[in-house]
Design a binder for this molecule. Structure first.
Ligand code: 13P
Length: 287
């Protein structure tokens, strides 16, 4: 157990059809809370960082926290870089010790995206790291990356060709999902997930995990979405619990930052535990 490759978390998840939460953390407190949830639930876990978080905190600080907080951890855990169009940031995170990266070249043509993804896979392999690939942008803006316009979808043949030739370990297709808040329940293309998974034997990464129903999660996970990205739910749990605490602090004129950290940590941990139970990753730390 402890730090493992992304593929070693996703392979058993795909085989046994459960989903592993891949949670975007924003600081050391939220990293701690996400890892606490994994330990409490005996669940594998993927901790993700957006490029914005990497730029804000710095890769060295994030990685120092990661190694300190995962020392002796009893569950499989991987550190992943989410949506990154910047090859320099990819190289820096791989060099520092991230276990996997999502090279997001969805703004490029599929031909250029493929050429660059092949290079990223080669680079990642030299560090023993894995790669998530994407050729259609996921609707919605995630920490400054993306667009609210629904993306153009590629044919199944183009997706399968990209997966085979790039050598990626996990693929993130557009299936009617979106980052951020769903104004209405999305119409999800479950068949597209099944087609990709059945044809390639690779897991699919589900983006836009916040706000999906238990039923939607269950259908997607049984189709082969082994990596389930959760970001907005963490931001909400963190900020709402902070606001709640700060309002009480103001009304009582009692100011204790350590209590604030405890409250936000508990809220984030609770949110992640709930997702682990819905996705079926609880108790899967020892497959
Ligand atoms: P949400 O913000 O909708 O949870 O999506 C997270 C995500 O897909 C990160 O890449």
């Amino acid at each position: 157990m402890g730090i493992v490759a992304l593929r070693d978390i996703l392979r058993p998840a795909l085989e046994n059809r459960y989903g592993v939460p891949a949670v975007n953390i924003v600081n050391s407190d939220t990293m701690h809370a996400v890892l606490a949830a994994a330990s409490a639930e005996a669940s594998p876990i993927i901790v993700q960082t957006s490029v914005k978080t990497v730029r804000t905190l710095g890769p060295e600080v994030i990685y120092a926290n990661w190694t300190a907080m995962t020392r002796g951890i009893g569950v499989p855990a991987a550190l992943h870089l989410d949506h990154c169009p910047d090859r320099d940031v990819i190289s820096e995170c791989l060099r520092t010790g991230w276990n996997s990266v999502l090279f997001d070249a969805s703004a490029m043509s599929v031909v250029d995206n493929l050429a660059q993804t092949i290079e990223v896979v080669r680079e990642a392999r030299s560090y023993g790291a894995d790669v998530e690939g994407e050729i259609e942008s996921i609707t919605g803006v995630e920490d400054g990356i993306g667009s609210d316009e629904p993306s153009e979808r590629q044919s199944l043949e183009v997706c399968l060709d990209f997966i085979a030739r790039s050598g990626v370990d996990v693929f993130a297709p557009a299936i009617g999902n979106a980052h951020g808040h769903y104004a209405a329940s999305p119409k999800l293309d479950y068949q597209r997930v099944r087609d990709i998974v059945d044809s390639t034997g690779l897991p699919v990464a589900l983006h836009g995990g916040t706000g999906l129903s238990d039923q939607q999660f269950s259908e997607l996970v049984s189709g082969g979405c082994a990596k389930v990205n959760i970001s907005t739910a963490l931001k909400r749990a963190y900020m709402h619990s902070a606001l709640d605490y700060l309002q009480t602090a103001q009304s009582e004129n009692r100011w204790e930052p350590l209590h604030l950290m405890k409250r936000t940590g508990e809220a984030v941990e609770h949110m992640v535990v709930e997702h682990m139970r819905i996705l079926g990753s609880s108790g899967r730390a020892n497959p």
